[in-house]
Design a protein around this ligand. Sequence first.
Ligand code: NAD
Length: 286
Amino acid sequence: KGKRAFIAGVADDNGYGWAIAKSLAAAGAEILLGTWVPALNIFESSLRRGKFDESRVLPDGSLMEITKVYPLDAVFDNYEDVPEDIKTNKRYAGSSKWTVKEVAESVKEDFGSIDILVHSLANGPEVTKPLLETSRNGYLAALSASSYSYVSLLKHFLPILNPGGSSLSLTYIASERIIPGYGGGMSSAKAALESDTRVLAFEAGRKRKIRVNTISAGPLRSRAAKAIGFIEKMIDYSIANAPLQKELSAEEVGNAAAFLSSPLASAITGTVLYVDNGLNAMGVGV
Ligand code: NAD
């Protein structure tokens, strides 16, 4: 039977989350999305108006179907944790049940279970600041949105993840090598995410036979990456220096995600898989 996937972190058709959804849909999976609450209205109206129809085209010519879009703010675990100013914020008041626990409950109510969980989200309010100029709040916010959000998602979805299922996230090599410009504690957040991938692989593997991996992706011109401000430089650098001298497409990451989510990867867990044209293997630029 077809598998069901929940992909957190899709709010347009430019990012890795969208490409992962497409590759999973092309492989026959049913697609559920979690979209950041402040971005939900634009995303849903664009979907309805057909703005994404061209990018919904799958290799067989059909359009990717999105069964349901859930509002999500992965910084909050349950409604009791949400501060008053967010509860009453205009951009949040129009939606409900968008904390991680509530979304997992809604998915359970609607569909019973899922087979594939994807975390394709990150946020660091001070990402443009060097680490030495990052505030405690900025650092903790980066970890909360980009690392703990994954722990929380997996924790709350684990009871409805079917045994044999797969969970994955997206990381970046700034966790282990110096990438000036990837600041605000985002490099720290990715280091935490990669370490957590190993510990969570153990815990979720033993508890429910779930595999946990992360894809270390090369640079892509996504909305989030543009906000960092150095994406063109990173893309040019990769094309100039990587073993494979081509621009990385989101689809290549999507396909790797589909592989990791499939039975073809049934013995792969706790790993960081580089999907970056090989740039990680270089010691110097040439
Ligand atoms: P993107 O903008 O498509 O995705 C980021 C998403 O996170 C957005 O949809 C945003 O709305 C969502 N988001 C932010 N805060 C959230 C919150 N609190 N709750 C729920 N959703 C929230 O950009 P992307 O670059 O495709 O990012 C996806 C993942 O890929 C991230 O983990 C990112 O770090 C990683 N990544 C990106 C690159 C790159 O060059 N673009 C490289 C390596 C890894």
